[in-house]
Design a protein around this ligand. Structure first.
Ligand code: ATP
Ligand code: MG
Length: 419
């Protein structure tokens, strides 16, 4: 039996890959203008990095990580997200010593062992951005302005920015206790998972997709109504800056994120068009994370965009392959050699030129040229080569002329590059 790919890990084929390139190029352009620089970190890290940052009681760490021992017995994990590896790298290379503010972005695959379905895969891709070193609410607003701008420039339809605040170590513990007491009173209505985890990670109950849990928690206290003065002020200023920057948003007091490191501002870009896989980007502030990872006490904020979900939203229309400018059809060995040399010279000039490599009949060559939707065909025969001429056919105008080989390449080049 032939070998197939791994379930939940997709190939991105030509025809689809152009959409991905567009999404990536646009990110580089937009993030570049906002002062972000790319960082590339490995896809594998020590398991501890994720346990300590994402949190032992989260879905990701409890059930979704691809963890294995390498030959030396070290426990390693395929990265389920990008923030922890970027922070690990930031600390390891003392990036804070070079500049008090770091703006970084990354693009690449992430791995989570989830049930594959539309918009949810085991290898998926994220574009993420992080700002380290500033806790001013202007930065929260700017990060959100950049994210919204990215969605506008990539023409992703129908997305809404939802924001919330998850408080800080000052106000979250007492809220957490209040939430646990509330959940205790509604324990029978919760699903088995939530009954198990409501004391270890009560916020996760608010995020549970089971309808019974949603109903039972409609009146649960919200973090947003229990913020300390500092968090409340911060959130108020974020909202003011967003309005001043004309960034549309709604406040969603129920939003909790599936990673423990978030503090204060959290957010999601949500769409109505992808069923239950409705979050296309998500992020928030993580002011304690770098210190928790034994780095300096620096604040941070960032987000990750799910590329598969964006590609789905841009539609499934496959993009046509690019049209060759020229197809060189040849007859006889000498002409083939001359044609092959010309092909390579033009390709080195950056022009898309094709030919047939295996001595097919002229008819077969022309059929292939037609199939490729080439703009022109150059027919090069043995006799013509001796006379220093060839036939140049314009496929769009169905016209043909005899041309001098002398000077032909520069003529073609200027015609193509001028077009
Ligand atoms: P969800 O609630 O859909 O599981 P999440 O909260 O786990 O998402 P994050 O960890 O915040 O997601 O990741 C940010 C983005 O990455 C998501 O908004 C989504 O677009 C994308 N993403 C997350 N997990 C997957 C996956 N398994 N397959 C495809 N995209 C994903
Ligand atoms: Mg998830």
């Amino acid at each position: 039996m032939s070998i197939t790919g791994i379930k939940g890990m997709n190939d991105i084929l030509p025809g689809d890959v152009e959409t991905w390139q567009h999404l990536e190029e646009q990110a580089r352009k937009v993030f570049g203008a906002f002062g972000y620089r790319e960082i590339r970190v490995p896809v594998v890290e020590k398991t501890d990095l994720f346990c300590r940052s994402i949190g032992e009681t989260t879905d990701i760490v409890e059930k979704e990580m691809y963890t294995f021992s390498d030959k030396g017995g070290t426990s390693m994990t395929l990265r389920p997200e990008g923030t922890a590896p970027v922070m690990r790298s930031f600390i390891q290379h003392k990036m804070y010593a070079q500049d008090p503010v770091s703006k970084l972005y990354y693009i690449g695959p992430m791995f989570r062992h989830e049930r594959p379905q539309k918009g949810r895969y085991r290898q998926f891709h994220q574009i993420g951005a992080e700002v380290i070193g500033v806790d001013d609410p202007k930065i929260d607003a700017q990060v959100l302005a950049m994210l919204s701008h990215y969605f506008q420039t990539t023409k992703i339809p129908d997305v809404v920015l939802q924001i919330n605040s998850l408080g800080c170590p000052e106000c979250r513990p007492s809220y957490r206790d209040a939430l646990i007491s509330f959940l205790e009173q509604h324990i029978e209505s919760l699903c088995a998972d939530c009954q198990r985890r409501y004391t270890t990670n009560p916020l996760r109950v608010l995020d549970c997709k089971v309808p019974g849990c949603r109903e039972a928690t409609v009146d649960a206290p919200a973090m947003l109504n229990n913020l300390c003065i500092g968090c409340e002020t911060h959130f108020g200023q974020v909202k003011e800056h967003l309005s001043a920057l004309s960034v549309n948003y709604t406040v969603n007091p129920r939003m909790v994120r599936g990673l423990d490191y978030y503090t204060k501002t959290t957010f999601e870009m949500v769409t109505g068009s992808l069923g239950s896989q409705n979050a296309v980007a998500a992020g928030g502030r993580y002011d304690g994370l770098i210190k928790d990872l034994d780095g300096p006490d620096l604040p941070g904020i960032g987000f990750a965009i799910g590329l598969e979900r964006l590609a789905l939203m841009l539609g499934e229309q496959s993009i046509e392959p690019p049209r060759p400018e020229l197809f060189i059809a040849t007859l006889g060995e000498m002409a083939t050699k001359a044609g092959f040399a010309m092909l390579t010279r033009l390709q080195r000039e950056g022009v898309l030129v094709e030919m047939e490599y295996t001595g097919k009949s002229l008819k077969a060559q022309l059929r292939r040229a037609d199939k490729m939707k080439t703009r022109r065909v150059l027919i090069l025969g043995e006799d013509e080569l001796e006379r220093g001429v060839a036939q140049l056919r314009n496929m769009d105008e169905s016209s043909q002329e005899e041309v001098d080989l002398d000077g032909l390449e520069s003529r073609l080049l200027s015609e193509i590059l001028d077009a």
